[in-house]
Design a protein around this ligand. Sequence first.
Ligand code: MEV
Length: 308
Amino acid sequence: MAFGHGKVILFGEHGVVHGRPALAAALSRGARAEAHPADRPLLEVEPWGVAIEPSADGDDGPGTDNAGLRRAFAALLSGYPEPPQLRVAAELTVPGGAGLGGSAALSVAVVRALDAALGVERGNVEVAELAQRAEKVFHGNPSGVDAAMAAHGGVALFSKARGVRPVRLATALPLVVGYSGEQGSTKKTVASVARQLQRDPGRVEKIFDGMEAIVDNGKLALEAGALEDLGQLMVLNQKLLVALMLSTTRLEEMCRAAIDAGALGAKLTGGGGGGCMIALARDLKAAEHVQAALTAMAPDAFIAEVTP
Ligand code: MEV
């Protein structure tokens, strides 16, 4: 079974779209896929219950309403000399539209499933590059961090210029991921930040400077196992995301509830405008406490221990 990782952005989302670094951690959840012989290329995705054929112009075929997915599948198939006569059965194990890199995980799993069936050998960098073609269909102007993390896994610094640079953790990170239940559109929030940057470059570049300093310090704290520092950096990063109008009342309430339940820090993760937040706990027992507090507000909060 082929696999692509979901991810959380620990620090630096949005700045990364504009050339700044971000720190991200891959999740053990994401997407899995398997390819089977067929008479034409097909993609089935669970739990969405969709089965689609590729379409470069995004025409909806009969019985489907998935123009974006059809174009994204066509973008992935553009990496093959001929359309593979394969049916790919894929399953997402993170919620879509939640800032957890579900679409990138799906694309990476699909590419790896096709490659495995066709006997194509492709390294992580090339898998991420191909997945990025589909990411552009889904998200407009993505930085590439999701596709890179989906392919590489682990914990890493990412920037557009330098790609993935793995970070060595001194200790495990007991993270809790909470889903606000509000569908966030990364395409929309990325476009909103781009508009703010155009209108007031001085202000927004200063916010990006702050995020970059948080990323630098976050890397040092990860390498030193300084969980309290990481928690404080998360709180600071969240303030900067609020300044870019990327948070919601619901996300703020969830971050507050996590901290009240003992989390060292909490912030939204990914595109924002809804989607998910993450909280850092001192240890797994404390993480269970935070998870319980979040579950009382929104179901499906889960513990994601990121290990060295
Ligand atoms: C990625 O998960 C979140 C954003 O930084 C968009 C991107 O990097 O493409 C908001």
